[in-house]
Design a protein around this ligand. Structure first.
Ligand code: NDP
Ligand code: 8X3
Length: 257
């Protein structure tokens, strides 16, 4: 078998590393000896994570709201040279807001989802991929969702944002087919993180009910899958992984006990 891709000393950039899947992914890459470039809006959380991880590896954090295209460009341009050579980009920053019929939806919620999940991911990707092409290697991992494959009731605009991520992932893979770059979509079902708390604007009880009676995926399950995808031999491109808890069979079909 061809050699696996060694993740040691790779520069891995994780967007939205202050919580959930992003945080667990940073921890998992640190265990592999990767160098971690981490951003999110809640810098205090990143500071705590940095203190935890820098016992084992190099970590550079910065505050970034991926919705702000100028801030994205300025922050990435201002990185110290050693952190500019990004080997692996994990486009994870994202959120859902609200669970309403489209006819009752909040325009502010819609803007926030589209600006973060679609435009933010594009701004970051557009900035980083040209350098990867120039250096002749790189791996882009987009965190999509089962919500990008199947619409579900009241999912409307969140679904649209993740369908867009799915299209962007496919489009990017086509556009870099003549390069050594790899592009992977990780599309989970229900993962118990702060996701539902954010969706329900801080309503913790309602958020808990999303995972009640179900052995949901954990952020670590997703991180583990990302490590597997990025460590395949360089000629192996995992295009897409759909990952469910065992008792979930589609976006809307979940067996609860
Ligand atoms: P969390 O709410 O736990 O984490 C979301 C992360 O995204 C946080 O670190 C948050 O950081 C960051 N983020 C949100 N908005 C911005 C922004 N404008 N700029 C920078 N960072 C931002 O949820 P998850 O870990 O579950 O979500 C991670 C990704 O996984 C999302 O893309 C989500 O759509 C996707 N996903 C989640 C599933 C689930 O069931 N949980 C299933 C399928 C996909 P901060 O607030 O500090 O900026
Ligand atoms: C998150 C999973 O099913 O809540 O993308 O949309 S779901």
């Amino acid at each position: 078998m061809a050699h696996l891709t060694d993740l040691k000393d790779k520069v891995v950039f994780v967007t939205g590393a202050s919580s959930g899947i992003g945080r667990a992914t940073a921890v998992a890459f640190a265990k592999e000896g990767a160098k971690l470039l981490l951003c999110a809006r809640r810098i205090e959380r990143l500071n705590e994570l940095k203190s935890e991880l820098e016992k084992s590896t190099r970590v550079h954090i910065f505050q970034l709201d991926v919705r702000d295209r100028k801030e994205v460009a300025t922050a990435l341009d201002a990185l110290p040279d050693e952190w500019k050579q990004i080997d692996i980009l994990i486009n994870n920053a994202g959120l859902s807001r609200g669970l309403d019929k489209l006819q009752d939806g909040s325009l502010d919620d819609w803007d926030e989802m589209i600006d973060t999940n679609v435009k933010g991911l594009l701004y970051v990707t557009r900035h980083i991929v040209p350098g990867m092409i120039k250096r002749g290697h790189g791996h882009i991992v987009n965190i999509g969702s089962i919500a990008g494959h199947e619409a579900y009731q009241k999912g409307n605009v969140y679904n649209a944002s993740k369908f867009a991520v799915n299209a962007i992932t496919q489009g990017l893979r086509l556009d870099v087919v003549d390069t050594p770059l790899r592009v992977t979509a990780i599309d989970p079902g229900l993962v118990e993180t702060e996701f539902s708390e954010v969706r329900f604007h801080g309503d913790k009880e309602r958020a808990k009910s999303v995972y009640r009676g179900l052995d949901a995926l954990t952020a670590e399950d997703i991180a583990d899958t990302i490590i597997w995808c990025t460590s395949r031999p360089p000629h192996v491109q995992i295009a897409e992984v759909i990952i469910f808890p065992t008792n979930q069979a589609s976006a809307a079909v979940v067996h609860r006990v």
